[in-house]
Design a protein around this ligand. Structure first.
Ligand SMILES: [Zn+2]
Length: 229
């Protein structure tokens, strides 16, 4: 029988509650570490043909599992189930999960260093080999569009082509992964990289790795992942 990452069986009540609780725990951790501030971050996780997504404007400390909204991936905000409206950024969460079946979770935050770079509308070039972790030879900065709009979702998807993360101009960061834990780990790595890149810019600017050096890095990462499989 072929393996499937997203089981088609109906999610049990216990699994559903555990997933909702995991989303809240990751939100709380984002703020406790200074990675995110207030309620600006949002998280979604695929659940069958729908996604669970953080509600709009609720302080994380006051969030309970039932407040996490459930929105069909074929629908819009009006189709969301739950006592609270889904995050105002539901469009890019839904569109990424629809367009990129390899991802089951999306993390968005206004992490300070990634956001500072995004405010200059600059992505992160190959200034460190860890850039390869995000799928290519750079981390792109998506074109600017107003928050919550379809235009922002379209810009984000374009910037995510062949990548698992991007910056959003004058806004923040996005990271995607095959699980909530992996998406969050990538988001944290991206913020660390943005901080290091920012520091290098202060002291004359980084030397960039060549396409050949990055190709060797990608090759090494592939080999390590293969070994782990
Ligand atoms: Zn935002």
């Amino acid at each position: 029988m072929p393996a499937s990452r997203t089981p088609k069986r109906k999610t049990s009540k216990a699994d559903d509650t555990a997933l909702r609780r995991a989303i809240i725990d990751h939100c709380l951790a984002m703020n406790a570490t200074g990675f995110n501030q207030g309620t600006s971050g949002n998280i979604s996780v695929r659940q069958g043909e729908a996604m669970l997504i953080t509600p709009s404007g609720i302080p994380y400390a006051a969030m309970t599992p039932e407040m996490i909204a459930r929105l069909p991936l074929s629908g819009g905000r009006e189709d969301a189930e739950g006592p609270k409206a889904p995050s105002s950024e539901w469009r890019f969460h839904r569109d990424i999960l629809n367009a990129r079946p390899e991802f089951d979770a999306v993390v968005h935050a206004h992490a300070p260093y990634a956001t500072a770079l995004a405010m200059t509308r600059r992505g992160i070039p190959a200034s460190h080999y860890m850039v390869a972790l995000f799928g290519g030879d750079d981390v792109r900065c998506a074109d600017y569009a107003t928050f919550g709009t379809q235009a922002l979702s379209d810009a984000a998807l374009a910037a995510l082509a062949d990548r698992n993360a991007c910056l959003l101009a004058n806004h923040g960061l996005l990271a995607c992964g095959p699980s909530l834990e992996k998406a969050m780990a990538l988001a944290v790595e991206l913020e660390a990289l943005a901080r290091q890149h920012h520091l290098a810019l202060q002291i004359g600017g980084p030397a960039l790795l060549s396409p050949r050096q990055m190709a060797e890095t990608h090759e090494m990462i592939r080999a390590l992942n293969y070994g782990r499989g």
